[in-house]
Design a protein around this ligand. Sequence first.
Ligand SMILES: [Zn+2]
Length: 287
Amino acid sequence: MNSQTNKNFPFRLVLAFIILFSTLNLIVTEPVIPILGFHGIIASKTPTSQFGEMNYPQQDIEKILEYLIRNNYWFLTTQDLYNFFLKKSKKLPNEYSNQKPIMISFDDGYKTVHTNLLPILSKLEKKYGKKIKVVLFINPGIMERQGSTSSTHLGCHELREGLKKGFYDIQSHGLNHKDLTILTRRELVKELQQAQIKLRRCTQDLDPQQQVASHLAYPYGAYNKKVQYYASKYYLSGYLYNNEVLNYGCLKNYYAISRIPINRQTLFQQTLEITEGFYQIKSQQKC
Ligand SMILES: [Zn+2]
């Protein structure tokens, strides 16, 4: 080392620490969380013609979930998001402090989630010793009418099975999947209140803290001030479908949580880019 290098050494050391610290800081504290919204999950051998826009291929979701497990993601429930990131009423447990939070949600209660996704969740748990929690936004009106006989929608029995195994976080999507913005006050209250009552009735003995149906996803992502006002009387938070990043550092309104819809056009690689991308665009986020 010459004397010039010697003189610069402490500065370089300090600079190295600053860079290291700011990098770590970005990873740990950046207030963005990807919330992905799926619908049905189609079995691997299904002909492409029967796919339907709202279904996602089983083999692709398995690859995504496996990637997320291996890359240190934390699969949030709606109550986790609320407690740790929105309200901040609970301190982040140490075991999660270096993990990247994500939420994986499924709307409308398709039976294919139970038949084609649940086995994957069990398989990955055995392989990695990590339980993936998924959020199901359910319409109990449709479930009651169709659940026991239909091959398309989940019934109470299946919800209970996934809840008992610890994989399902069961939340409300309104009673009958109506556009809440065009209802009368009486209809709106019925959609919100009855959905909660029926989901909790289905699960009450398994859910002593009544975390089931504490959060709402607006059908079609449709909401306005009136919907938010009545939602706040029954639910702790409300989820949109607006294709935007949730920047929880800026979020003042718990009834406007951003979600990204994932449909069959969103390929495996794109989904990962969306997910990882949240952790790279952090400092451009402005409140
Ligand atoms: Zn829906």
